[in-house]
Design a protein around this ligand. Structure first.
Ligand code: FMN
Length: 306
C-alpha cells in the first residue's frame, strides 16, 4: 500500500485507541511489525488551547515506522488550524475521526455524529485536504444505525482523502456483534483510493479473512491489547520468547515520560491484558487491579508470564 510517497510494506496498522495506544504500547507493537501507528484521538479544540494532556498524548517513539496523528472536532476552521500546530509536526499522515460513538463526543457533533451530518463532514475533509501538505485519511464506521459506508467512502474520496479506514460496525452497535466484512469488500472494490479494513482481527485466520475482502491495509485494535506480538503471529510466527520482557519494556518506555502515580493506575489494565489467557489466580488479578505499586505489579506479572 502506498500513500503519496509513504510506502507500507504490509499495510499493517495499529488502531487508534483512546486510553490504550500510548507511546510504550505503540513502540512494542512496532517492534512486532505494526507499520502505521495511530495516536490516540487528539482534540483540535484542546490543541488550540495548548492543553497539556493533549501534548502528553503526542509523545512518540522513533521505533514507530509511520506515525499517524488522529484528530477530532466539529469546527472546520479550528480543525484546519490544528494542522499547523507544532504538536502534529511529527505525523506523516493526519487521520480524521468520524467513527467514535462515545456519547461525550457525539453530543458535540464529532466522531460518528459526522456520518449523520454529511455537509459538515464534507466541509471538514475538503478544508483539511486543501490546507494540508500531508495526506489526510478518514476513519469511519458503517453509519449511525445503518450501513451508509459506501456512499460515505465515496464522499471521502471525492473530497480528496488519501485513504479510508472502515470499522465495519454501526455507531449504535458499539463493539457488539460482528464486523461486516461484506461491507468492507464492497467498499474496497468500489473506491479507487486504498481501503483499510478494521474489526475483529485477532489471529492468523481472521487476518486472512480480512485480506480476502480485497483491502490494501488491515488495522488491529483490541486484538493487540496484551498481545502486541499479534503483528507477527498473524503471519504464522508464534511468539515464544519472553512475554514478560515485552510488558516490562512497555512500562519502561512510559516511565521516561509519565509520573509514577499516574502510571500505577494507568498500567493496571495493560497488565491485566498481558495476563489474559495465562493461568492467573483471582487473587493475583485483584492485586494487579488494585495495585498502588508498579514494581509489585511487575513482580506478579513476572510470576504469571514466566
Ligand atoms: C478502548 C478503545 C479506544 C478506542 N479509541 C479510538 C479512538 O480514539 N479513535 C478511533 O478512531 N477509534 C477508537 N477505537 C476503535 C478502534 O480504533 C477500532 O476501530 C475498534 O476497536 C475495532 O477494531 P478491533 O476489532 O480490531 O478492536 C477505540 C477502541 C477501543 C476498544
Amino acid at each position: 500500500m502506498k500513500i503519496e510517497n509513504i510506502e507500507f510494506e504490509k499495510g499493517l496498522f495499529l488502531a487508534p485507541m483512546a486510553g490504550v495506544s500510548d507511546v510504550g504500547f505503540r513502540e512494542v507493537c512496532s517492534n512486532f511489525g505494526a507499520e502505521g501507528c495511530y495516536s490516540e484521538m487528539l482534540s483540535c479544540r484542546a490543541m488550540l488551547h495548548n492543553a497539556k494532556k493533549t501534548e502528553l498524548m503526542t509523545i512518540s517513539s522513533k521505533e514507530e515506522k509511520i506515525k499517524i496523528g488522529q484528530i477530532f472536532g466539529h469546527e472546520p476552521d479550528i480543525m484546519v488550524k490544528s494542522l499547523s500546530n507544532p504538536l502534529l509536526d511529527k505525523y506523516q499522515i493526519i487521520d480524521i475521526n468520524m467513527g467514535c460513538p462515545a456519547p461525550k463526543i457525539v453530543k458535540n457533533g464529532e466522531g460518528s455524529a459526522l456520518m449523520d451530518n454529511i455537509p459538515l463532514a464534507k466541509e471538514i475533509i475538503t478544508k483539511c485536504v486543501k490546507n494540508s501538505s500531508r495526506p489526510i485519511s478518514v476513519k469511519f464506521r458503517l453509519g449511525k444505525d445503518k450501513d451508509i459506508s459506501l456512499d460515505f467512502g465515496r464522499m471521502c474520496e471525492e473530497c480528496g482523502a488519501s485513504y479510508v479506514t472502515l470499522h465495519a460496525r454501526t455507531a449504535e452497535q458499539g463493539y457488539s456483534g460482528k464486523a461486516d466484512y461484506d461491507a468492507i469488500a464492497k467498499l474496497s472494490q468500489k473506491l479507487s483510493i486504498p481501503v483499510v479494513g478494521n474489526g475483529d482481527v485477532v489471529d492468523e485466520e481472521s487476518y486472512t479473512k480480512m485480506l480476502s475482502t480485497g483491502v490494501q491495509g488491515v488495522m488491529i485494535g483490541r486484538g493487540a491489547m496484551g498481545r502486541p506480538w499479534i503483528f507477527q503471529e498473524i503471519f504464522g510466527n508464534k511468539f515464544q520468547e519472553d512475554k514478560f520482557e515485552v510488558a516490562k519494556k512497555h512500562l519502561e518506555i512510559l516511565r521516561k515520560y509519565y509520573d509514577e502515580k499516574w502510571l500505577t493506575l494507568y498500567m493496571r489494565k495493560h497488565f491485566l491484558w498481558y495476563c489474559a489467557g495465562k493461568e492467573c489466580s483471582s487473587e493475583k488479578r485483584l492485586q494487579i487491579a488494585t495495585s498502588q505499586d508498579l514494581d509489585k505489579s511487575l513482580e506478579i506479572l513476572k510470576q504469571v508470564l514466566k
